[in-house]
Design a protein around this ligand. Structure first.
Ligand code: FES
Length: 347
């Protein structure tokens, strides 16, 4: 059943970042809304082409409302379109709510390192807001160090909120690295350049690590965390570039795809998800960007290339599981198996 969100408000947070408040029209959807999870919105881009983007739920409103933050990058994509067109009362299509990073999971840790770049700071902000609420209710919270890497201060949303928490709490520390802005010596918490991974990950043993940013940033810091903090639980949320070009392939002009007894021809320039959908074969999906894990399938035979597949474990990957939205056939033929409803390869 299709779900919808109604826009309550729009507010500029930083140079290129806007927050948008929504309320689900269907109360059922509201049960899934949690700080740290994300929503997928279907909305046309600036040229009217249909698109889908995911946004972290970074605030909860008083009357079942919630907020997300959207970066207007100027590329004419869905996010630009949302910022330019959303006004109170506008209705958008909610494709789903996903993600398994939430307050309950991070609050169990005694110490948390959060590393974010750009708009990726919205996930740490969401989790911090939840932890602040817990603290106000007298519940224990982990000690948290947030490391943000961003071009300049004008692009950092929620700066006042983060600085206040840094100054007023005994459990939160903020470090901001400005890659394109000089820093005066008296500017506490701020440094120029990029953080040294040894200094960030090696300073102490963190029980949990939250990483959020673009794919290369997330990949690099996830590797750092796994190498330097082998005992800690790593939570990663990565986002892809908009309008990615398809990867270079050596495949034929059409690929024969076998799936559950069907044989269809798919375009090798399309992901398995898009190629199969074009032939009328549906695969469950939500984010279409390697984040939610809903499009997981198993490749039985055939060569393939994947990218930005953060929502799949190394163990599952080794067993041939892939995310159909991030996987491209490389040969002439590929055989795929859709998991059954009860099959959870991560279990
Ligand atoms: S649809 Fe979300 S990971 Fe593929």
């Amino acid at each position: 059943m299709e779900s919808f969100l109604v826009c309550d408000w729009v507010r500029q947070e930083a140079h290129d970042i806007w927050s948008i408040g929504f309320t689900p029209l269907d109360g059922e959807d509201n049960k899934q809304i949690e700080l740290g999870r994300f929503i997928s919105i279907d909305f046309p881009d600036m040229q009217g082409r249909p698109g889908r983007r995911c946004y972290s739920i970074c605030g909860l409103g008083p009357a079942q409302g919630f907020e997300v933050s959207v970066r207007r990058s100027g590329n004419g994509g869905v996010s630009d379109s949302l910022v330019d067109r959303m006004r109170p009362g506008c209705v958008v299509s909610l494709a789903g709510v996903g993600g398994d990073i939430n307050i309950a999971r991070v609050a169990q840790k005694s110490s948390l390192l959060m590393v974010a770049s750009g708009i990726g700071v919205t996930l740490p902000v969401a989790l911090l807001r939840g932890l602040v609420q817990r603290r106000q209710q007298g519940e224990p919270v982990p000690t948290v160090h947030l490391v943000v890497v961003i071009q300049d201060l004008q692009r950092l949303p929620f700066l006042q909120e983060l600085l206040s928490l840094h100054l007023e709490s005994d459990w939160f520390e903020l470090s901001v690295y400005l890659t394109r802005q000089c820093v005066l010596p008296r500017m506490q918490c701020f440094s120029h350049g990029r953080p040294d991974p040894q200094a960030v990950f090696g300073a102490r043993g963190w029980e949990g690590v939250v990483i959020c940013g673009g794919s290369p940033f997330a990949q690099f810091h996830e590797e750092c965390a796994r190498q330097r903090l082998p005992g800690s639980e790593v939570f990663v949320e990565a986002f892809t570039r908009v309008n990615l070009d398809s990867p270079q392939t050596t495949a034929a002009t059409q690929v024969k795809a076998r799936i559950d007894g069907l044989v269809v021809s798919i375009d090798p320039a399309s992901s398995l998800l898009e190629g199969l959908e074009a032939q009328g074969v549906s695969i469950p999906n939500q984010c279409r960007a390697g984040i939610c894990g809903r499009c997981r399938v198993k490749v039985r035979s055939g060569e393939y290339q994947t990218r930005d597949d953060f929502a799949i474990s190394a163990k599952d990957r080794a067993q041939g599981y892939v995310l159909a939205c991030c996987t491209y056939a490389l040969g002439d033929e590929i055989a795929i198996e859709r998991p059954t409803a009860h099959h959870n390869p991560s279990a």
